[in-house]
Design a protein. Structure first.
Length: 284
């Protein structure tokens, strides 16, 4: 199932058509997707049933989608989670997930323009997990059952702010407005041929800058969900940016950063394409 938010309403996307969830369910589910995550198991059962199957399909309009989880309570990032990214950064692969916060105010939909307000904005294509159940003390073997679905994300970063201070503090540098675009929709794990092995890539103005597969994650989705839930409670709709492969801008020689006019295209196999347009903003 592909679940999206269209003009504030939750929809199921089927090719070039969609089902408005609230109308089809007569208000039982939706239209606010955040409320839907709170009742995820019941919604999934409804979506697989006869009412959803018989619902009216409407043609997809040209209107852009919103973020598939626009108001998460929490949004996490996992750093240095591909071996090749650790290598390019000159770091040893971590022995446990390296966790930082992307404050929820940075989360935007797939069509939101990226305001370039500093000269050190970098790209990081990432597989993003959306939680579908309250998770605390979850074993790795059970972790996927707590996941609503997956989406495409960019963990955009102000590298100067991220690395400022001793020791550096990642959270603020990862959380300027618009630094967490996700979308265009959520795909449930059962819709993927292999949820743990998806091609992931990123192009900048048509040039391939990142390319890998999610099987190369040092800590996979189940391990990350289990680890986070061993410390804190994960809530429905929460987001986890799982890490980026090699090819980021600040590790290049010379470093390369985003500028107004750039077009960043992030893709993940079986999920979709997230297009980010960089525009000039008021300098920070």
């Amino acid at each position: 199932m592909r679940l999206a938010v269209l003009e504030g309403r939750t929809v199921i996307v089927e090719g070039q058509a969609f089902v408005d969830v609230a109308r089809a369910s007569r208000g039982e589910h939706g239209p606010d997707v955040m409320n839907l995550y709170e009742r995820w198991p019941a919604f999934v059962a409804w979506a697989a049933g006869p009412i959803a199957a018989a619902a009216v399909r409407e043609p997809l309009p040209a209107t852009s989608f919103d973020a598939p989880s626009p108001r998460p309570r929490q949004a996490f990032g996992i750093g240095v989670n591909y071996a090749d990214h650790a290598s390019e950064a000159g770091l040893v692969a971590p022995s446990a997930p390296m966790v930082f916060a992307k404050f929820p105010s940075c989360i935007v939909g797939p069509s939101a323009p990226l305001q370039i307000t500093v000269p050190t904005v970098d790209w990081e294509v990432e597989l993003v997990v959306v939680m579908g159940r309250v998770a605390h003390q979850v074993e790795k073997a059970e972790a996927w059952s707590y996941v609503a679905g997956l989406t495409v994300g960019q963990d955009l970063s102000d590298r100067q702010l991220q690395m400022a201070g001793t020791p550096p503090q990642f959270n603020l540098g990862k959380s300027r407005p618009g630094y967490g675009p996700i979308g265009p929709w959520l795909v449930t794990p059962d819709d993927l041929a292999d949820r743990d092995d998806l091609e992931i890539g990123c192009t900048l103005n048509g040039e391939v800058v990142q390319h890998s597969r999610t099987r190369h994650l040092i800590f996979d989705v189940a391990a990350i969900v289990s680890y986070l839930s061993s410390v804190l409670t994960l809530w429905p709709g929460d987001l986890i940016f799982t890490g980026t492969p090699s090819g980021v801008g600040f590790m290049r020689s010379p470093p390369r950063y985003l500028i107004p006019g750039d077009r960043l295209v992030s893709t993940i196999e079986g999920i979709g394409e997230l297009v980010t347009h960089a525009v000039a903003g008021v300098p920070a």
